[in-house]
Write a protein of this length. Structure first.
Length: 114
DNA sequence: CATCTGACGACCG
DNA sequence: GCGGTCGCCAGAT
């Protein structure tokens, strides 16, 4: 499906950083918002070198169910990301694509509409 | 073609 | 801060 742009952006996420589904949707302007971003990730082809584990829910929470959740946590920690009880410190590890490039708060901003 | 479901997020209590 | 509800869209059954 047309998730290509999504995967591309995900691959751009630097090691040790993470991005939220919402942020992903906002940057790419996905119709349907975060939900769509989640769909894209769910369909992420494995073995393509896509760092899917760097995509988490708003608030830095790992929303994945099942054994993969633990895997994601492990992968993140191995990259130097602090994960506490399936929660990532967004203030520290949230990656911000230059498109939004805010210089103020590190938390995801929600008011981006023209 | 009708329904259900899901890697989400905002809102409300 | 946590849990329940609603809206949204695409795929699966």
């Amino acid at each position: 499906m047309s998730w290509n742009p999504v995967y591309r952006l995900v691959q751009r996420i630097p090691r040790g950083k993470v991005l939220t589904y919402g942020g992903l949707a906002r940057v790419l302007r996905l119709p349907g918002g975060a939900r769509t971003a989640g769909r894209a990730m769910a369909a992420t082809p494995s073995g393509k070198g896509i760092p899917w584990h760097r995509v988490i829910g708003d608030h830095g929470k790992i929303l994945i169910r099942g054994p993969h959740a633990l895997l994601q946590k492990k992968l993140l920690e191995s990259e130097g990301v602090s994960v506490v009880e399936f929660r990532v410190d967004l203030k520290r590890h949230l990656w911000q694509p230059r498109k939004i490039g805010k210089s103020k708060s590190a938390a995801p901003r929600k008011r981006a509409r023209k």
